[in-house]
Design a binder for this molecule. Structure first.
Ligand SMILES: C[S@@+](CC[C@H](N)C(=O)[O-])C[C@H]1O[C@@H](n2cnc3c(N)ncnc32)[C@H](O)[C@@H]1O
Length: 246
């Protein structure tokens, strides 16, 4: 059953649990194990979509170890007018991102930013806001309101997140597989730290469907909301525009 009223699908609260500090050094390995490596394809698609947009200022939120921006930079050198902010609430994740992106440091800033209140960034100053696998771990309503605030009119919101396979029986089978295998993989990979897969499992199970997330994004004030499902709908990428008149 999907609990769509829950605005923080994973019920994760950074101040209660420093799980990302604990698993930061193993995060990339965990992503490969949990998704059988397929997260690389999802993230490449996000970075392709971001690079197709015209932008001067890109803000990547909940960047983790920096995969989205790294893929973007590996694909295309930044233009001299383009600036990127890589951000996360977790210091250790951010320092790994910094190390991974070290070769491309020009015009890149690393900032510790809370997606729920981005006090560091002026309103209407960002052209593209991206968040990958972060909405389920945040209060998505607050995060999307902040995304809306910092974006310039006409700016783009891009989100990659867990979603629903449109065939119920297959989606339930997928959730069953996750519930069965993830505790084992997670337990082995984290040396017995159950938090990582607990949040992931809740986040995936209780995150809204692609259609419902589209409605939520529209309710924040975004327009032209589109989404594409990847890997049968295990994840979806949503793109939305802040209206010119906002
Ligand atoms: C599942 S990871 C996703 C990382 C990366 N974007 C990726 O695609 O692999 C979620 C990230 O969200 C960060 N996070 C959790 N709560 C946050 C918040 N309130 N503000 C900013 N980042 C947050 C965590 O520290 C973690 O790095």
């Amino acid at each position: 059953m999907r609990h769509q009223k829950l605005k923080n699908a994973a019920e994760f609260e950074n101040t209660r649990d420093d799980v990302f500090e604990r698993i930061a050094s193993r995060y990339d390995l965990l992503c490969d194990l949990f998704s059988l490596g397929i997260h690389r394809i999802w993230k490449r698609r996000v970075s392709d979509l971001v690079s197709e947009e015209p932008w001067d200022n890109l803000l990547d939120v909940a960047s983790g170890t920096g995969d989205i921006v790294l893929k973007l930079l590996q694909k295309k050198k930044l233009l001299s007018n383009q600036k990127v902010i890589v951000s996360d609430i977790c210091r250790k994740m951010l320092s790994i991102a910094e190390r991974k992106i070290d070769d491309y440091r020009e015009n890149i800033r690393f900032e510790r930013i809370n997606a729920h209140s981005i006090n560091e960034i002026d309103s209407s100053s960002i052209d593209v806001y991206s968040i990958s696998l972060g909405l389920k771990i945040c209060d998505r309503e607050k995060a999307m309101q902040e995304a809306f605030r910092v974006l310039k009119p006409g700016g783009r919101f891009v989100s990659l997140e867990a979603s629903n396979i449109p065939f119920n029986w297959l989606h339930n089978l997928y959730l069953f597989y996750m519930a069965l295998c993830m505790p084992f993989i997670g337990w082995v990979a984290t040396g017995g730290d159950s938090s990582a897969y607990k949040y992931l499992l809740h986040g995936v199970r209780d995150f809204p469907s692609a259609e419902d997330l589209k409605t939520e994004i529209e309710s924040i004030g975004f327009e032209k909301v589109k989404y594409e499902r990847l890997s049968l709908g295990i994840v979806a990428i949503h793109i939305a525009v802040k209206p010119e008149c906002a």
